[in-house]
Write a protein that binds this ligand. Sequence first.
Ligand SMILES: Nc1ncnc2c1ncn2[C@@H]1O[C@H](COP(=O)(O)OP(=O)(O)O)[C@@H](O)[C@H]1O
Ligand SMILES: [Mg+2]
Length: 274
Amino acid sequence: MTAAEMQAQTTTQPEKETGTVAAAETTVAPLLNFSDVSLSYGRVRALRGVSLTVGEGETVALIGANGAGKSSILRAITGLREISGGKIEYAGEQINGMRPDSIVAAGIAMAPEGRRVFPYMSVKDNLLMGAFARDDKKEIAADLEKVLNKFPRLRERFSQSASTMSGGEQQMLVIGRALMANPRLLLLDEPSLGIAPKLVQDIARSIVAINREDKVAVLLVEQNSRMALKISRRAYAIVTGKVAVSGDSKELQNDDRIRRLYLGGEVEEEKKEK
Ligand SMILES: Nc1ncnc2c1ncn2[C@@H]1O[C@H](COP(=O)(O)OP(=O)(O)O)[C@@H](O)[C@H]1O
Ligand SMILES: [Mg+2]
């Protein structure tokens, strides 16, 4: 699949079966509503009133430099860190204050930054750890098969310990592990970081496939803004704990502020003036 095809796929949202899309957008609450959230680590104010939404089945990107607050947003959603202000709603229910395992059980799974696998466990056991909050054995087996079809490398290395795998393979493993929770919303924290360019493409394709084929909403955190804007429908740029710019990913690819900040592209002021 080319990058253009990937974008065409992610920018075409599934239409509601009844009513118009416009009507649906004004009446249906988003799957995730992250509203005016603040979060601190002691004196460090990492998030200062951040608001964002993810729609059902949508892919949304969070881009921003190191230290901007991207992972803090994911820690707030997953309940790993208590927020000091604002509200987080998922599927119409308030989830801030809920325990992390209850949040997973509710349908939110995260592939954390830094490819945190359980190094001395096999690929198989790493994947099964992802299903810890479930007790539907048959469906777990079916989902395992689905994950192995999605990432054939994991099937090849099924019995090997995770520590023997390359960085890219470990990234597939943490994404696969998150999918084993059978999420409706998948949070991905910098899946391309430190991965060989060829595998970045593979991972980008897998993210598109997870969204399109499995109908999972994705909140994708990336410093690789180019890739993130290509495969997402909407995006938010986070700068020092605030949303600096947000909008349609396709439009943001050509937004001067975004290009200056993240894409390293020449701002074509001169051309425009002629
Ligand atoms: N455990 C922590 N203790 C203290 N400060 C932290 C901790 N985690 C993150 N921070 C600070 O919070 C800010 C946001 O961090 P983070 O959300 O990890 O950024 P990003 O994921 O965008 O790189 C940074 O200034 C970072 O140094
Ligand atoms: Mg981070």
